[in-house]
Design a protein around this ligand. Sequence first.
Ligand SMILES: Nc1nc2c(c(=O)[nH]1)N[C@H]1C(S)=C(S)[C@@H](COP(=O)(O)OP(=O)(O)OC[C@H]3O[C@@H](n4cnc5c(=O)[nH]c(N)nc54)[C@H](O)[C@@H]3O)O[C@H]1N2
Ligand SMILES: Nc1nc2c(c(=O)[nH]1)N[C@H]1C(S)=C(S)[C@@H](COP(=O)(O)OP(=O)(O)OC[C@H]3O[C@@H](n4cnc5c(=O)[nH]c(N)nc54)[C@H](O)[C@@H]3O)O[C@H]1N2
Ligand code: SF4
Ligand SMILES: [Mo]
Length: 683
Amino acid sequence: MKYDNILTTCPYCGCGCKYYIQVINGVAKGVMPCKEDPVSEGKLCIKGWNVVDFVYSEGRLTKPLIKENGKFREASWDEAYNLIVSKFKKIKEQHGPQAFGLLSSAKTTNEENYLMQKFARSIIVTNNVDHCARLCHASTVAGLAAAFGSGAMTNSIPEFEDADCFLITGSNTTEQHPLIGSRILRAKERGAKIILVDPRLIQLAKFADIHLRQKPGTDVAWLNGLMYVIIKDGLVDEEFVKNRTENYEKLKKEVMNYPPEKVEEITGVPKEDIISAAHIFGNAKTASIIYSMGITQHTTGVDNVKSCANLAMITGNMGKACTGVNPLRGQNNVQGACDLGALPNVFPGYQAVANGEFREKFEKAWKMDDKIPENVGLTVVEMTNEAHAGNIKCLYIMGENPMVSDPDINHVKESLESLDFLVVQDIFLTETAELADVVLPGTSFLEKDGTFTGTDRRVQRVRKAIEPLGESKPDWLIISELASRMGSSAFEYNSPKEIQDEIASLTPLYGGISYERLDDLGYLQWPCLDKDHKGTVFLHKGKFTRGLGCFFPITYKPPAELPDKEYPFTLTTGRILFHFHTGTMTRCVPKLDKEVPTGYVEIHPVDADRLGIKDGEIIKVSTRRGTINIPAYITRKVPEKIVFIPFHFKECAANILTNPALDPIAKIPELKVCACKVESIGE
Ligand SMILES: Nc1nc2c(c(=O)[nH]1)N[C@H]1C(S)=C(S)[C@@H](COP(=O)(O)OP(=O)(O)OC[C@H]3O[C@@H](n4cnc5c(=O)[nH]c(N)nc54)[C@H](O)[C@@H]3O)O[C@H]1N2
Ligand SMILES: Nc1nc2c(c(=O)[nH]1)N[C@H]1C(S)=C(S)[C@@H](COP(=O)(O)OP(=O)(O)OC[C@H]3O[C@@H](n4cnc5c(=O)[nH]c(N)nc54)[C@H](O)[C@@H]3O)O[C@H]1N2
Ligand code: SF4
Ligand SMILES: [Mo]
């Protein structure tokens, strides 16, 4: 009997827990935690414990599929590649490279994301490459880059242990980042204060010193309100503001329009609570702001993020341990997918495509004859809109499932159906793959080597534990083979290690990262500039990446769609502990499916009573985009007039309802607020 323990990194959330996979005779059997891992410290959440089950689940794709007369048939790799190459060439000839869109994947490795954007930019010759960060932390990347010069989480997970105060908003941390949540609770036991600002009664509410339950979409107002009190009551860190920042007077002028009474009117939060929260935050020695989707997924996402940055800076909570603005990145490798340039405006390492020097550098390294366009490419939602309009003819989607995860699914479906050619590369036959012309079977994280970058800029190894199932191939190999068949000689890699070496040579932030060092040290946090650089635990020490930190005065703007007579409820959407996104990797896991087998809508007992709705009854929820039938879950977790739907369940898909209205800068859709109608159907 051959027995191995392979240390690898979790493919679910951005915490980036490492654990051992137990492999017996080439078959992965179970998971063993790793005590030395500084993130998980030998503990895991229920998804981590059961990770092996999705890998072997029945639905795994094991052969390429080609659609003929509306039906899939199995095909050889040669056939699939030949068809794709001939179609890509034909569409490029007829409609030009800007008729293509490519979606990369925060589920796949850094090396694979690097190759996907390299494929887009050097083979297709377009910047139309993006990924799910657009639906997630696009507002963070834009907002923090403007305020600080770098769009990433400023501090590190282990520092949470020692912070004196947390302001947690729009992050259901114990469910969505369980191993960060447990650290916060440990800090709480030690005496740290927790200010929670979330419309819903999430688990953390039990532990919070104060819980402000704002109306969804009113974040700028309460953030300005906290700053108003902090300024009025002399809690500003004058030293820090003077030496490290600019634009303070303009901020102050704006913030002075938000006295607690006015904030109460906009947000519904009692003014006394605004004042108490401001005092707790302003008096803390070290305070850390933690936020996630409740802040970013709005038409004012960038404004919300900049307001968080303002609050951290006026209190001097930047550039030191246990402080900072800490956007918790969601997917296992969404930080990495952004870092490696799977975005329409930047090359790897946030080197702007608009900059001619960078374009030249990459054109040369990628042995290109063509010129990379200088204009920024299309984002996720723009690609579907352009497909709908007939301007995008071909999409190549790796490891994303927009038919469940994008807003306004009815519109997404029409868009995908109107394409000339759709290639989907996934490990399951997803709702999106069902619409494809060709489906390519990638492998899961257990079947490949590479690296993921966790939420705190922590680059860690993914190690192959088992052979690819069936004829599936790792994504890096698929992209490389496809690129070679398209005629490139710049994709000849024997292993992901060679790809990482190329990344390091072109990406200063990752310049000192190599497999040897990662094997040796366990992880490296970027910026890691060269082979002697030990990585960076927290950012902006002594000096912001952009020099001075910049305050932005922000005026409150309401969400794009507010409740009215016809649609009197506010719908907000999100996630739950037991499932991941579109459910492909959790609904097939018996232990997780058993916990929550289908979707539901949370509704307050007073509303349910008024509408004659019973617990568990199937009800109708509608918006201007569509209607779903869904079981009612009557609970005080949501305030009156607000309903919540987790978006994991295709049979009652929240995204049939959501509003695709975009933040003007980040182009993130408003997944956290729209107006809806709730009706009993009397069954
Ligand atoms: N189990 C599990 N874990 C996950 C994921 C998963 O699918 N399942 N997904 C991962 C990914 S990609 C991400 S991005 C993260 C997301 O992690 P989170 O952002 O923590 O998850 P969400 O449930 O989307 O929303 C967070 C909170 O926002 C609150 N909220 C709603 N409206 C507003 C508002 O207007 N303002 C504010 N301030 N808050 C509001 C909700 O009540 C909710 O508690 O989770 C990651 N981890
Ligand atoms: N209503 C609503 N909608 C939302 C959100 C919300 O809060 N509310 N949140 C948004 C956010 S934050 C996010 S991040 C998105 C997520 O949206 P998506 O990224 O579309 O969702 P996932 O289900 O994570 O899709 C990942 C896909 O990758 C596949 N996969 C896994 N591993 C691999 C691999 O190694 N190779 C390949 N090729 N494929 C692989 C999985 O089977 C799955 O189909 O959803 C967004 N949509
Ligand atoms: S907390 Fe996140 S990274 Fe850790 S085991 Fe759970 S899903 Fe995996
Ligand atoms: Mo996300």
